[in-house]
Design a protein around this ligand. Structure first.
Ligand code: PLP
Length: 252
């Protein structure tokens, strides 16, 4: 498969305008990286984080077989959904404001960043309007950074024991999500991922013991995914490693 791609790419190159020659070469590099990465992840699934990336870069990965893509902004997610193949599973991984839920409710596959009952209720309401059930993860604050969003365990208990929660028939809580601190200290990152796994286990035992769909631990990014996988991640959110450094200047 890999060698066929190389041959095709080299052959293709000979017929292309000079300006486009770089594309097949990038494609070759991506192919090697992608297959290696998928192997390293084992049973954890890859969410390819395509924020700021152009459609062509997403399509290169799509052609390698990747179907789950993650975006952190509604205004970037919607046009990509509209333009790109409909069998892509789009995950919203960034902070979500209640007033923007309606724009993604028709199609979003999973929302990783639920951090309040108010947001969950709004997702439920918008999902109902489209006769859908939207899969959600509860985001926890496991790092020591001031600016990051997320619940603590007591807020999660309050949410799951609220009078409102049982009435939300159009959302399904499938697990938890968290981001480790941006530090060099691997031991600290490992502690934070262990804490998220512990939160998952506690919630599973207390509220979801018989629900097979409560199974996701979304943790790990380009710099810390191997630690996350070792600590039990089931969904790894990787951008930079796949696409290269983001160029925020590309955006309108
Ligand atoms: C951007 C982003 C990622 C991916 O980060 P990389 O370091 O580029 O892999 C993962 N999760 C969230 C929530 C993000 O916003």
């Amino acid at each position: 498969m890999f060698f066929t791609n190389v041959l095709e790419s080299l052959e293709l190159q000979q017929h292309l305008q000079p300006a486009f020659v770089f594309l097949p070469l990038e494609n070759i590099q991506l192919n090697i990286m992608y297959k290696e990465l998928i192997q390293q992840l084992g049973t954890a699934r890859l969410v390819a984080v395509s924020k700021t990336q152009p459609h062509e870069a997403i399509m290169q990965l799509y052609e390698q077989g990747q179907r789950i893509f993650g975006e952190n902004k509604v205004q970037e997610l919607v046009p990509k959904y509209e333009a790109l193949p409909k069998d892509i599973e789009w995950h919203l991984i960034g902070h979500l404001q209640s007033n923007k839920v309606k724009f993604i409710a028709p199609f979003v596959a999973m929302i990783h960043s639920v951090d309040s009952l108010k947001l969950l209720a709004e997702i439920d309401k918008q999902a109902a309007q489209h006769q859908r059930t939207i899969d959600c993860l509860l985001q926890f604050k496991i790092n020591d950074e001031e600016t990051k969003f997320g619940l603590d365990i007591n807020e999660a208990y309050a949410l799951l024991e609220s009078a409102t929660y049982p009435n939300l028939q159009h959302i399904r809580i499938c697990g938890v999500m968290g981001m480790a601190s941006f530090v060099e200290d691997k031991a600290q990152i490992q502690r934070e991922f262990k804490a998220l796994k512990q939160i998952f286990d506690t919630l599973k035992a207390r509220y979801f013991p018989n629900e097979a769909s409560f199974k996701e631990i979304s943790m790990g990014m380009s710099d810390d995914y191997s630690i996350a996988v070792a600590e039990g991640s089931t969904l790894v959110r990787i951008g930079t490693l796949l696409f290269g450094a983001r160029n925020y200047g590309n955006l309108q």
